[in-house]
Design a protein around this ligand. Structure first.
Ligand SMILES: [Zn+2]
Length: 171
């Protein structure tokens, strides 16, 4: 293989690295599946096509590469020494898009969790995954608590006066 790639080759190479079944994502999928969490992959109709969608938990998970998504203060986010401005621009754009998509998802009533590639390195992986499972269970319980609260703790007049859209949750 030539050590100098053409622009096109480099592009394809990077696209492959960024591709769907990248290793960090597989780690998360395997773990969650093993713990009994069920999910959909790359939901086509949600902003940003989240890597995993857990409907029951109203949660979407993004497994992000530290370079492509510009993980701040992370040693894996280092700009290349050549074409620095190009990469900086590109990654700034990615970050802006991530932010927009996530706030869009949030207004649709989805919880957004981002798992960074560096959080899945062998030394910290177990802790990351455990806290992911913990967070999901917490979200589930909190969602249920909100529902219970709506029904039992509010008086009927208050309930009637409260428009449903206030809660902004899907379904
Ligand atoms: Zn990172």
């Amino acid at each position: 293989m030539a050590d100098r790639l053409t622009k096109e080759q480099r592009h394809r190479c990077m696209a492959a690295i960024r591709g769907k079944d990248t290793k960090p994502e597989m780690i998360v999928r395997k773990f969650l599946f093993g713990r009994g969490f069920r999910f959909r992959l790359n939901h086509p109709r949600l902003p940003g096509h989240p890597d995993l969608v857990l409907r029951k938990y109203r949660t979407v998970i993004f497994v992000n590469g530290c370079f492509w998504h510009g993980h701040e203060c992370c040693k894996y986010y280092r700009l290349p020494k050549t074409n620095t401005a190009f990469w900086q621009n590109k990654i700034e754009r990615n970050k802006r898009r991530d932010k927009e998509e996530q706030s869009c998802l949030a207004t649709m009533g989805w919880h957004c969790i981002t798992v960074w590639e560096c959080q899945l390195k062998p030394k910290v992986r177990e802790r990351t995954l455990e806290s992911l499972a913990y967070t999901l269970n917490h979200i589930y319980l909190e969602d249920r608590k909100v529902k219970t609260y709506d029904i039992s703790d509010e008086s009927e007049t208050l309930m009637a006066a409260e428009p449903e859209e206030t809660y902004g949750k899907p379904e």
